[in-house]
Design a protein around this ligand. Structure first.
Ligand SMILES: C[S@@+](CC[C@H](N)C(=O)[O-])C[C@H]1O[C@@H](n2cnc3c(N)ncnc32)[C@H](O)[C@@H]1O
Length: 292
């Protein structure tokens, strides 16, 4: 008898009971802020069935025990199965146009004077977002790599971070708003079907593993934070905490860009004013707010 036969002989998939789904949702929420409502049950069932098969586990109840025990090896796979990593180069291109017209000229002038300039792509997935940022910076000033100017790019999913660090993309990943955007980022085709990002871009970026709902080992403030299409997977209180934490690690006058379907409910309350579509700017410190 096969002790590990899946519980649904028709589809070859194990059934995911409501109770086990709730255990999974609880681990996802407490660990990473991910909000798995019941509409996600079929998707989670299908994605995690692959893990059950890979581990030769008999059912979801056994799998739940593994992740509740914070099994080091499995947690990485669990996160990869749960997260959505869809991204593209120059996604929501209006944000990059805004940056290039209204933000980068000033940032670059400061960097040229020797000031420290920092940008953060939070929830960077496989790297297209930070590489697009780097492409815009280097397009404005070819010397950008010689200044104290850096992009931090973070994600919780180790698999996508590895891809981001390699900076090698298949044809399907290589869609751009225009050929000139493409030539800022990718080297010329080398004959095979894969494309490599330019080394200069890579030298501007540090890729790090970071969970946005946990402690942030970050020192110093940022001039730009892009956190787009990430908070949409969090519940409202987790989103509100995230926006507030971002406001605390931005310089006065600095910018936060969020995803097209995300909103900050009450931006003024945490010091932001609306600067554009899904674009917020931290208000400059006034004498009274700085306590002077
Ligand atoms: C849909 S992608 C967005 C990528 C990119 N920002 C964009 O808009 O194209 C969402 C990313 O957020 C990451 N993510 C989800 N929860 C996270 C958390 N708690 N901490 C850090 N990253 C997280 C996922 O791993 C995924 O790569």
């Amino acid at each position: 008898m096969n002790l590990h036969a899946p519980s649904n002989g028709m589809t070859g998939e194990s059934d995911l009971s409501q109770a086990d789904f709730e255990r999974i949702a609880q681990v996802a929420k407490s660990g990473w802020g991910l909000n798995l409502d019941k509409s996600k049950r079929p998707l989670i069932k299908s994605r995690l069935n692959k893990r059950l098969r890979a581990l030769a586990l008999p059912d979801f109840t056994t799998y739940c025990a593994l992740i509740e025990a914070n099994d080091k090896h499995e947690i990485g796979h669990f996160i990869t199965a749960l997260t959505t990593n869809v991204t593209s180069f120059y996604r929501e291109v209006h944000h990059f146009e805004y940056l290039e017209n209204a933000v980068i000229p000033d940032l670059m002038a400061r960097a040229k004077r020797g000031e420290r300039v920092r940008l953060w792509s939070a929830g960077c997935s496989s790297g297209q977002e930070p590489y697009s940022l780097a492409g815009s910076l280097l397009n404005f000033d070819k010397e950008a790599c010689s200044y104290d100017l850096k992009i931090l790019a973070t994600d919780i999913d180790a698999l996508v971070l590895d891809k981001a660090k390699r900076g090698v993309y298949g044809q399907d990943d290589c869609t751009f708003p225009s050929p000139s955007h493409e030539s800022r980022v990718l080297k010329r085709p080398a004959g095979d079907s894969h494309r490599q990002v330019c080394e200069a871009l890579q030298s501007l970026i540090s890729f790090r593993h970071l969970n946005l709902v946990d402690h942030w080992p970050i020192s110093g403030k940022f001039d730009v934070i892009m956190c787009r299409n990430v908070a949409i997977y969090f519940d409202k209180p987790t989103q509100a905490r995230l926006w507030s934490r971002f406001s605390q690690c931005l310089q006065p006058d600095a910018y936060l860009f969020i995803g097209h379907s995300e909103r900050i409910a009450d931006p003024e309350e945490i010091g932001f004013c609306v600067a554009g579509t899904t674009t917020y700017r931290l208000r400059p410190m006034t004498k009274s707010s700085s306590g002077i």
